[in-house]
Design a protein around this ligand. Structure first.
Ligand code: HEC
Length: 99
């Protein structure tokens, strides 16, 4: 019985931890700005997970600031074979996380 309680507790701790710092945030109204609608951000997230994960796993938005993402995307756009419109959506998602 004690074992069950302990494992239930550690399971809920794990769940809590993973909810505190998800690697890929879920876009919400708090992330929306004049240049990035909720729809843009949801599309950008889906594109990031779809197009940027085949070679090295999709990168966390926390990795770079906007200048850094711009130069990384200069290198990665041809590798991922994405259009300028897709790149723009991914860029919006990468730069709209509120920390
Ligand atoms: C065809 C394979 C491939 C795809 C697809 C790809 N990458 Fe990369 N990526 C690489 C390689 C190879 C490196 C390491 C060499 C380098 O830095 O140029 C790398 C390095 C990186 C790095 C670490 C270097 C840095 O600038 O921080 C990031 C971040 C990154 N990629 C993001 C992305 C994003 C975002 C996408 C989607 C738009 C993407 N990658 C798609 C192959 C790929």
């Amino acid at each position: 019985m004690k074992k069950i309680i302990v494992s239930a507790l550690s399971l809920s701790m794990l769940l809590l931890l993973s909810q505190c710092s998800p690697k890929f945030y879920e876009p919400s109204a708090a992330n929306v700005s004049a240049s990035a609608s909720l729809e843009d951000l949801n599309k950008g997230k889906a594109l990031l997970l779809d197009k940027c994960g085949s070679c090295h796993g999709p990168p966390s938005p926390k990795k770079h600031d906007s200048a850094g993402w711009n130069s990384t995307l200069d290198k990665m756009q041809p590798k991922a074979k994405i259009s300028d419109a897709e790149r723009a959506l991914i860029f919006k998602y990468l730069n709209s996380e509120k920390i």
